[in-house]
Design a binder for this molecule. Structure first.
Ligand code: HEM
Ligand SMILES: *[C@@H]1O[C@H](CO)[C@@H](O)[C@H](O)[C@H]1NC(C)=O
Ligand SMILES: *[C@@H]1O[C@H](CO)[C@@H](O)[C@H](O)[C@H]1NC(C)=O
Length: 540
């Protein structure tokens, strides 16, 4: 068959038009399967939901979901696709069990945007993403195994927690020494104060004494610039312009981390888990300078949520004198006084110094109220959505049809704010709801509902592997602070708890809408010569 010039030209014109019409049919007005979850039609046709999410951030889906509290799942039509949103804990559990719904196919694209990996590294990440038993495992599967193994309860976790808490304690000891020498108090921005300590301590715990931040403290700012622009990096429209600060912060961090890796400092400086990650990445053929990017992701995971959660706990506790007293009583009830010999600096003389130890055993610190405050701060601060790609047409829980290629989200923001799950006081800070005192036939039912509705660590295959470590680190930090320091309001008679800023795309525990200033000082009535130690596992 011969094509004349005329037909060729006609084809060139009509083809894109035809393609557009076909795509419009296929995607923009997708054929609705009658068993699909109920659709919420946007006010602005087609693009309304997308605009809503861009302009209102996480608040958009939260408010949609809270308007239909009893609908367990709904469909949001979008240009080119649709998104399903699950707001019911039991259905969320079904999503997590379902084999045709998976997060991993989405990962290479996300890490490419967020970490700025090059093509070669992304190609490595795409290999053998969801390996079955006996199949070769890709780099992401290997990383996941490694982290899950290294951070599960056990001696390795104890060592990690111990080292992390020593690094935090070093900063608190310096703070204490400062107060003992100088003035009676210091005014701090509470979030900045916690950030500074956690960022520095995590850098030295993960990467050792020659870590990039100890070489250049300016990187603390780069780190938080990166964090605050992560949402825009994820959207990925000219990131070097639309997310300029985050982009520059990231590139600064990566360059410093790459220099650190190339100098070989990691081999005897980094913590065990980080060393194993680097070796695994090398074995999969990644270049050292690109490994700096993947390490940035772990570094990030170790810092952001620990910081903001610690901030909220300290604020809520110090804002309520009664709660503070109760938590101090709890901690003092489980600590033991130790008399120990300590070499006094080089003189060879031994002197008796007293120390207090708070030991973590079994499930926690045996401080039920501290643990309840921890969970309640996570519930209020977390608007996490677990995301899955629908790999095949799926009938979820034998009821709901999900179309291949769409995305399904478990909306933690809706579950954490749903009064049907948590009661009428859902919007407020009420840690008692996590105390397991109410024995009786109803309570077990209630606590299962709570467990299923608690999404701060996600769930299923993507459940946060760092959750035990995070609990150890955060609660130990809070214990060290409440025992040794006071935080007083700058004016007025109690610290004010600002609202959380929920307008952003939530990539971490939400931050306050406005800064909190407080006066940090030594705790009155506490003997500052006592050495406070938090003990994990069977160390002597
Ligand atoms: C309060 C502190 C923390 C919170 C609230 C938190 C929350 C989360 C959430 C919600 C996810 C995603 C789960 C999902 O999509 O279903 C996640 C993943 C992850 N978290 Fe955490 N996390 C915390 C602390 C940590 C720490 C301290 C580390 C490590 C040092 C860590 C390491 C990770 C890693 C490596 C992943 C990715 C898991 C994967 O995709 O396989 N997290 N975390
Ligand atoms: C931090 O916590 C938030 C809220 O639970 C979650 O959305 C986010 O994925 C977490 N980020 C990391 C790096 O762990
Ligand atoms: C259990 O719940 C029902 C209503 O939901 C209530 O009437 C009853 O008193 C509760 N029983 C206990 C032991 O709390």
């Amino acid at each position: 068959m011969e094509l004349s010039l005329e037909t060729t030209v006609r084809w060139l014109y009509t083809f894109p038009l035809a393609l557009f019409v076909i795509l419009f049919w296929l995607y923009v007005r997708p054929v609705r399967n009658p068993r699909e979850p109920p659709t919420i039609t946007p006010t602005v046709p087609y693009i309304g939901h997308l605009l809503g999410m861009l302009f209102y951030g996480g608040r958009y889906i939260k408010q949609l979901g809270l308007r239909q509290k009893t609908t367990p799942i709904f469909t949001l039509p979008m240009p080119g696709s649709r998104m399903y949103v699950v707001t019911d804990p039991l259905l969320a559990a079904a999503v997590q069990r379902c084999k045709t719904l998976s997060f991993t196919p989405l990962v290479p694209d996300i890490i490419k945007r967020v970490l700025g990996l090059d093509e070669a590294s992304v190609a490595i990440a795409r290999k053998n993403l969801d390996p079955g038993p006996g199949e070769p495992r890709g780099i992401l599967a290997d990383w996941q195994d490694l982290i899950a193994r290294g951070m599960k309860p056990g001696e390795e976790l104890n060592v990690m927690s111990r080292n992390a808490v020593s690094a935090l304690k070093l900063h608190l000891d310096q703070e204490q020494a400062y107060f003992m020498q100088h003035r009676s108090y210091r005014e701090v921005d509470l979030l900045e104060w916690v950030r500074h300590i956690v960022t520095l301590a995590t850098a030295s715990h993960f990467f050792g004494s020659r870590n990039p931040i100890s070489q250049d403290p300016e990187l603390v700012r780069a780190f938080w610039d990166y964090d605050h622009g992560l949402g825009m990096l994820l959207v990925d429209v000219w990131p070097s312009i639309t997310a300029r600060k985050a982009y520059r912060g990231r590139e600064k961090l990566v360059a410093a981390l790459a220099d650190y890796l190339e100098a070989g400092y990691w081999e005897d400086g980094a913590c065990g888990l980080v060393r194993e990650q680097i070796r695994t990445s090398l074995a999969h053929g990644m270049q050292l300078r690109e490994i700096a990017r993947s390490e940035l992701s772990f570094w990030f995971a170790g810092i952001v949520n620990v910081t903001t959660t610690t901030f909220w706990i300290l604020l809520q506790v110090y804002a309520d004198a009664e709660l503070l007293a109760r938590i101090r009583r709890e901690v003092e009830g489980v600590m033991t006084l130790k008399w120990c010999d300590r070499n006094t600096m080089g003189t060879g003389r031994k002197s008796s110094v007293s120390a207090v130890e708070v030991a973590r055993s079994g499930d926690g610190f045996e401080c039920p109220m501290l643990s309840a405050v921890y969970q309640e701060c996570l519930r209020l601060g977390s608007e996490h959505s677990s995301t899955r790609l629908v790999k095949e047409d799926t009938l979820l829980a034998d009821t709901w049809f999900l179309a291949k290629g769409s995305v399904i989200q478990i909306a933690g923001s809706v579950m954490h704010a749903n009064s049907l799950l948590w009661g009428d006081n859902v919007a407020g800070f009420h840690p008692e709801r996590f105390l397991q005192t109410d024995a009786g036939s109803n309570s077990s039912e209630k606590s299962t509902a709570k467990q299923n509705g608690f999404r701060a660590f996600g769930g299923g295959k993507t459940l946060c592997p760092g959750r035990h470590f995070a609990m150890n680190e955060i609660q130990a930090f809070v214990i060290l602070v409440v025992l040794q320091f006071d935080l007083r309001p700058v004016s007025g008679d109690r610290l004010k708890v600002p609202k959380k800023n929920d307008k952003i795309l939530p990539v971490h525990i939400l931050e306050p809408e406005e800064p909190v200033r407080a006066r940090l000082q030594l705790r009155s009535g506490w003997d500052s010569t006592l050495d406070v130690r938090v003990v994990f596992g069977g160390e002597e």
